[in-house]
Design a protein around this ligand. Structure first.
Ligand code: APR
Length: 312
């Protein structure tokens, strides 16, 4: 069987770690794409990663490029093109600078990679993935946003630490937009099936929910730029679910057409990812408090999407 092709658009912090994980997990050959002024940087990272394969034994090629033709026929496209946050910025502050970038990427992706499963990471996530889908008119099942897997991973870590439990046993679920209004679902979060509300007190959980919501900002304020190891690992889990037809149930930004009371919007919800892409959007009952939180989060996303739409 021919090797799969993973095209990474943006060879920065997340792009580099995506490439590293894709190679080490042997998902396929990797193309690390960036703009012409960063082409040598992309080539250098690619060469460095390829040289590492002589030590890890991974059979995968890595190509650095600024030529979209090198991405042609990609099976998976992961987009990190754009500018990350700086301390004090919200993800929504990035909309003006990242909108023209996602539009450029969408036009090129439509031309060169029409059949790819596309995972958008660029922020503000829910609006950027919406714009990618709108601009390319790609099928909804082939375009997803990476947010819930990362937000859930952050929530899981905090829960595991607080409960003194193994990270392996935490089953978190965070829905909604990828912003400070995201919705960690306590009613569906368990430690190996045991409801987390029975294991940790209300005040502790409130604190952990708050830390999860601000989890990205916490790292930005420590590093001066945004996170990349966990975001890359989250997107790779989604890519692997697609490439391996794993049917994993993961919270992802999916295009909603009536589900959860939303229409024509990308919002983080539980989905099944397999070889068909987003094979199913799973609707679950939410309690009144969660419904209210989700509504607030959806309203925040809608405001940013309105800004995107108003820009043409
Ligand atoms: N096409 C391809 N790459 C682009 C384009 C474009 N049109 N415009 C910018 N880039 C590249 C930049 O040159 C840079 O190398 O995207 C890369 C982004 O890398 P970093 O600045 O290191 O940012 P990173 O931390 O990887 O985050 C990227 O993901 O989580 C989000 O908020 C984050 O929007 C940001 C994105």
């Amino acid at each position: 069987m021919a090797r799969r092709k993973i095209a990474l658009i943006g060879a920065g912090n997340i792009g580099g770690e995506l490439a590293n994980l894709a190679v080490s997990r042997q998902l396929g050959d990797v193309v690390l794409f960036d703009i012409p002024s960063k082409e040598n940087f992309a080539k250098g990272k690619a060469l460095d990663l390829e040289q590492a394969t002589s030590l890890t034994g991974a059979d995968a090629r890595v190509l650095g490029t600024s030529n979209w033709e090198d991405c042609a026929g990609a099976d998976v496209l992961i987009i990190t093109a754009g500018i990350p946050r700086k301390p004090g910025q919200s993800r929504d502050d990035l909309v003006a600078v990242n909108l023209p970038i996602i539009r450029d990427v969408a036009d090129a992706a439509k031309k060169h990679c029409p059949d790819a499963f596309v995972i958008v990471i660029s922020n503000p996530l829910d609006a950027m993935v919406y714009e990618f889908k709108r601009r390319t008119n790609a099928p909804a099942e082939k375009v997803v946003g990476m947010a819930g897997v990362l937000d859930s991973a952050r929530f899981a870590l905090f829960l595991a630490q607080e409960a003194g439990a193994s990270i392996k046993d935490v089953r978190p679920m965070v829905l909604g937009g990828h912003g400070d209004d995201m919705v960690p679902l306590l009613s569906y979060t368990t430690i190996n099936g045991l409801p987390v509300r029975q294991l940790l007190g209300k005040d502790v959980l409130t604190k952990l929910v708050d830390r999860t919501r601000k989890g990205g900002g916490e790292i930005v304020s420590l590093m001066g730029t945004s996170a990349y190891y966990a975001p890359a690992a989250a997107a790779i889990a989604m890519a692997e679910a697609y490439l391996g037809d794993q049917k994993r149930l993961l919270p992802c930004a999916a295009y909603l057409q009536g589900q959860y009371g939303c229409r024509d919007l990308y919002i983080g919800v539980p989905v099944i990812i397999g070889k068909g892409g987003v094979e199913r959007i799973v609707e679950v009952e939410l309690d009144e408090e969660e419904k209210g939180m989700l509504k607030k989060s959806v309203d925040s996303v809608q405001k940013v999407v309105d800004v995107v739409k108003a820009a043409g």
